[in-house]
Design a protein around this ligand. Structure first.
Ligand SMILES: O=C(O)CC1=CCC(=O)O1
Length: 96
């Protein structure tokens, strides 16, 4: 199942820089592991915003929730999820 996911990050201004840096480092490691596993297909920065748009390929809504809700930045993100299905005019013969 494919999901378009938009994540907007809102770290508290009072958060110590070292704490923010540590969270971002672990977030990066988890995101890269999920990309290597094929679960997090695309990860793009939204230009001009501390936000990303991503494409997840997971087995279920429950798996998607488990993945995003265990990200270190999850408590500080506003997340919008859009389920995707094939478009009848798509010329691609796969779902990538
Ligand atoms: O910086 C972001 O957009 C938040 C984030 C998600 C995965 C990652 O590595 O950073």
């Amino acid at each position: 199942m494919l999901f378009h996911v938009r994540m907007e990050v809102n770290l508290p201004p009072a958060m110590p820089a070292a704490e923010a840096a540590a969270l971002k480092q672990v977030e990066k490691e988890q995101a890269q592991a999920l990309q290597r596993a094929g679960k997090w297909r695309h990860l793009w920065r939204v230009a001009g915003q501390y936000a990303n748009v991503s494409l997840f390929d997971v087995e279920s809504v429950d798996e998607l929730h488990q993945l995003v809700s265990t990200l270190p930045l999850f408590p500080y993100m506003t997340i919008e999820v859009t389920p995707l299905c094939r478009h009848p005019s798509s010329i691609r013969d796969d779902d990538r």
